[in-house]
Design a protein around this ligand. Structure first.
Ligand SMILES: Cc1cc2nc3c(=O)[nH]c(=O)nc-3n(C[C@H](O)[C@H](O)[C@H](O)COP(=O)(O)OP(=O)(O)OC[C@H]3O[C@@H](n4cnc5c(N)ncnc54)[C@H](O)[C@@H]3O)c2cc1C
Length: 459
């Protein structure tokens, strides 16, 4: 089969590039989007994300994003890419509007690290991006989404130009010839061998935060390695989040941990729950639970916090909290040492300083004399009933990937672009040290558009 464009991956990056290509070339463009999953299971990480967008109310990327990336990556992140993202984000929202992807902007009730103060998200989440953009593809006469079809290799000509994709699908193996190819097939969170290689033997022991992540098997790296493709991003780092151990619901994150305490199996606190807003610390907490706490921790608090405005909304689990009238009883329900937990809670309560609590800001209401301290939002855990959630870390995405530039071109180790090959989204390595929350779907959508425009212009 001959196509103008073959896109590998049916998430935000892949669908944005397919739709943007049709916008640029015209409705007769011959486009194939490859999806390893079934139609029902399509959409990769994008399908399950809430997809918070780190933007201001006037649809600009957080104005501090480039600086933050420079700081957290210690200068390793591609700042041209970051500046291009910042410049192009408003056009990404125009694109979403043009294709009727529903999204909202809302003020955040809790302290957060987006300098705009609020957040946006598609409604009801990333699935709106997948379903709306996939419907655009379905309506185009010469475009198609090929389900249960996986890319196994890239075809090239004698000059090293990418000319198509080898695939395996319901009709067996074949080559789809294409004028250009966009790789948008996610990270390597679903590839046990790569997790072992980069995170060590305990890498694959982490649950996936959503089932479709199993399809993201590091194929971007496997596909481009034979072409001399370079890599970028921190391979031994990942974005993981503290989820309710009991829940099998995707994204069962307990974001309300700043409003109680966290303890380990020894009933000791190990993390400053209030060191910053939860969007700034959830990745650090996830890493700590995985790396140093044997993949288990418990949130402990008063039941009354669930009546505080919006707190229940950020406990994303589908399981009710474990509840008891005393801290000792709560400990027993988690098979923790009752005396040890009561002592930790007592020490914490005694260390709380006077001051007003204000969840909308870093209020400085803190502890003194315990280690680790709690730096904000320190309120007593003294009035029953008490609640708890058992936590473990689920992997959300990997940081390492293929190297692409600010034009969405895939680069070789000698920094030249591989002709005919583009990439978007999580398959491209970007983050080092820390992921500034709310930027991953934005970059997938934005560089999907950019890759499509480059491919269309080259055509
Ligand atoms: C639960 C959860 C919450 C998140 N929260 C946020 C958030 O609030 N804000 C934010 O910005 N980001 C968030 N993220 C991260 C974000 O969702 C992803 O980084 C983003 O959606 C990645 O988009 P993508 O198009 O690059 O990859 P994906 O959406 O993962 O798509 C990859 C696609 O490639 C397909 N594929 C893989 N290999 C092959 C192959 N060989 N052949 C054919 N197809 C293949 C997969 O099946 C899939 O369709 C979250 C992620 C999850 C899972």
């Amino acid at each position: 089969m001959d196509y103008d464009l073959v896109v590998i991956g049916c998430g935000a990056g892949g669908l944005a590039s397919a739709v943007a290509y049709a916008e640029a070339v015209g409705p007769q463009a011959r486009i194939a989007v490859l999806e390893r999953a079934t139609k029902e299971g399509r959409g990769g990480a994008t399908r399950w994300t809430s997809s918070w967008f780190r933007i201001t109310s006037d649809r600009q990327l957080d104005p501090e994003f480039v600086q933050i990336m420079e700081r957290v990556s210690q200068g390793q992140a591609d700042l041209d890419y970051c500046r291009t993202l910042a410049a192009e984000v408003p056009a990404t929202f125009d694109f979403l509007d043009r294709h009727s992807v529903p999204w909202v902007y809302f003020e955040q009730p809790f302290a957060n690290r987006n300098s705009g103060g609020g957040l946006a998200m598609p409604v009801p989440g990333g699935v709106a991006i997948v379903d709306t953009l996939a419907a655009v593809i379905d309506d185009l006469p010469e475009a198609t989404i090929l389900y249960e079809t996986e890319a196994t290799a890239l075809a090239t000509d004698d000059d090293g130009r990418v000319t198509g994709v080898h695939v395996t699908g319901p009709d067996g193996e074949k080559v789809l010839r294409a004028k250009a190819v966009v790789i948008a097939c996610g990270g390597f969170e679903g590839a046990a061998d790569m997790l072992v290689e980069h995170l060590g033997p305990r890498g694959p022991a982490m649950p996936l935060i959503a089932p479709t992540l199993a399809n993201n098997q590091g194929d971007g790296i496997r596909l481009t390695r034979p072409l001399g493709g370079d890599v970028a991003g921190q391979f031994d780092m990942f974005h993981g989040e503290p989820v309710d151990t009991r829940s099998s619901k995707p994204d069962a994150v307990i974001y309300g941990y700043p409003f109680g305490i966290l303890v380990n199996r020894q009933c000791q606190r190990f993390f400053d729950e209030g060191q910053d807003s939860f969007d700034a610390t959830f990745e650090r907490l996830g890493y700590e639970i995985w790396a140093n706490q044997d993949q288990e921790a418990w949130f402990i608090g008063e039941k009354a916090i669930l009546d505080w405005p919006h707190v229940a909304d950020i406990m994303l689990t589908d399981q009710p909290p474990v509840e008891a009238e005393t801290i000792e009883d709560l400990a027993q329900m988690f098979s923790l040492d009752p005396k040890a937990l009561a002592a930790t809670v007592g020490d914490y309560n005694a260390a709380i300083q006077a001051g007003e609590i204000d969840r909308a800001i870093r209020d400085g209401k803190r502890t003194v004399g315990i280690d680790p301290p709690k730096s904000n939002w320190a309120t007593p855990i003294s009035q029953g009933p008490f609640i708890g959630y058992p936590l473990t870390t689920a992997i959300t995405f990997t940081f390492g990937g293929i190297r692409s530039d600010a034009r969405g071109r895939v680069l070789r180790k000698d920094a030249t672009a591989i002709p005919g090959l583009y990439a978007a989204g999580e398959v491209t390595g970007l983050y080092y040290g820390e992921y500034p929350a709310g930027t991953s779907v934005l970059r997938a959508l934005t560089f999907g558009r950019i890759a499509a425009h480059e491919a269309a212009a080259e055509r």
